[in-house]
Design a protein around this ligand. Structure first.
Ligand code: AMP
Ligand code: MG
Length: 412
């Protein structure tokens, strides 16, 4: 038996980031950029006004107050987007809107609220400071400055920055195509007539959803029957993907043929009993050039193993360096006992409780009980050596999504 860490290390060692492709900046969202981005221009391009008000010469407002305003001649109006035509001379001002370029000669903007309009003139009611309410050219970004570095994840802020720099396309790591193969004679697909003797192939869907959640592209290969030829045929169809994920057929039953087939097909195939529950049996290797992970068939085992091994592998392919789910410490709401020697991943519901988190299990932990996965937003990780945690004890919880802090106060 090998540890979760050893299995993960071996899988990640065989995975490399995919190549780059140019995509529209909105399609780059959530993906890893493959280039350094340098600004080709200044942002903002020109000094512009931060307020609706009057552009003027600071010296003209010395000593000005509501009782003793400075009276200035208004020489032009500069709406946002306009090009100023006049130079501001002594005793002059221009009415200016937010975002409009500051005219030559002016060295301050006084906001509208501190002025009073009078017949071709404006009364300035305050003393202006040098540069007041003027955004300087290049104060955000200087031409030639590096604004985004290779390897960073494109978030809405980066999309905005790329747009501001006039970039509509950007180079990012490709999304892996992940082939999904279900195996089992007992399986039917969701659209086939139901039968009490059959089990619906839910794994292909939960796994495809997990792949989508990683930002990758699922490729449904369908159900392989528990026959050598069929498994070989389905794996052949999967070989154009960047990664193959199968479910079922990796334990010790008479019809667990995935193992047998993989031994023949590839020469670097490894089968492990991983010291974890659920999800003990796991196959990993290369099918030709393509990495393949054989997950156990039980619906929860398949999902939990995906979380631990395949999600990090897919994220690595996408160029990410943060491969792992967030974990938090939480106060356990009940007693839990386990056998020593293997790591347990226990479906649980974690929630914020003031400054702390509390966590409770979501019921039956059988590896086929999908309902307790449906109710879970995290997995309590109980280390190998632990046998008992009592209610009130602290445990590590791996978050499965970002639902943790959604809870709003009643009546919100
Ligand atoms: P196996 O690992 O092939 O022995 O499968 C273990 C159990 O998982 C089977 O008895 C099925 O009940 C269930 N199972 C296997 N494959 C799937 C699947 N694609 N969708 C839903 N359940 C499955
Ligand atoms: Mg099976």
């Amino acid at each position: 038996m090998i540890s979760v860490e050893e299995a993960l290390k071996k899988i990640l060692a065989a995975i490399s980031p995919l190549g780059l492709e140019k995509v529209n900046i909105l399609d780059a969202l959530g993906r890893v950029i493959g280039e350094d981005v340098y600004a080709g221009r200044a942002i903002p391009p020109k000094d512009n006004s931060a307020m609706d008000g009057y552009a003027l010469r600071m010296g003209d407002t010395r000593g000005a107050s509501a009782e003793k305003p400075a009276m200035l001649e208004v020489v032009e109006e500069i709406p946002a987007g306009a090009v100023p035509e006049k130079r501001i001379g002594p005793g002059q001002a221009a009415r200016i809107m937010t975002g409009a370029p500051v005219p030559e000669g002016a060295d301050a903007v006084v906001r509208m609220e501190d002025t009073r309009k009078e017949d071709g003139q404006v009364a300035i009611l305050v003393e202006a400071k040098h540069g007041q309410d003027i955004r300087l050219a290049g104060e955000d970004v200087q031409p030639g400055e590096k604004v985004i570095s290779r390897g960073e994840v494109i978030r809405p802020a980066e999309v905005g920055m790329l747009a501001a720099l006039g970039r509509s396309f950007v180079s990012v790591h490709q999304r892996p195509l992940v082939a999904i193969v279900a195996t089992g004679d007992e399986l039917t697909d969701i659209d086939e007539p139901s039968s009490p003797w059959k089990i619906v192939n839910s794994n292909s869907y939960s796994l495809a959803a997990l792949v989508l959640n990683c930002g990758a592209v699922p490729l449904q290969i369908g159900i392989a029957r528990d026959r050598r030829e069929d498994i070989v045929a389905k794996f052949r169809a999967a070989i154009r993907a960047d990664l193959i994920v199968s479910s079922g057929g990796v334990s010790v039953g008479d019809y667990d043929l995935v193992k047998e087939v993989l031994k023949e097909e590839g020469n670097r195939m490894q089968f492990w009993r991983v010291a974890m529950k659920p999800g003990r049996p796991l196959a990993f290797g290369m099918l030709g050039e393509v990495p393949i992970v054989g997950l156990p068939g039980n619906p929860v085992s398949a999902m939990v193993s995906f979380e631990q091994f395949i999600r990090p592998a897919i994220l690595k392919m996408m160029g990410h360096v943060n491969l792992f789910r967030q974990t938090v410490q939480a106060r356990l709401g009940e007693d839990i006992n386990k056998k020593p020697g293997i790591r347990h991943f226990i479906r649980a519901r974690i929630q914020r409780d003031g400054d702390f988190y509390t966590v409770v299990t979501t019921g039956d932990q059988g590896s086929g009980i999908l309902k307790s996965m449906v109710r879970a937003n995290g997995l309590i990780i109980l280390p190998e050596e632990v046998t008992t945690v009592q209610a009130g004890g602290m445990v590590t919880v791996q978050l499965l999504d970002d639902s943790l802090d959604w809870t709003v106060e009643p009546g919100y």
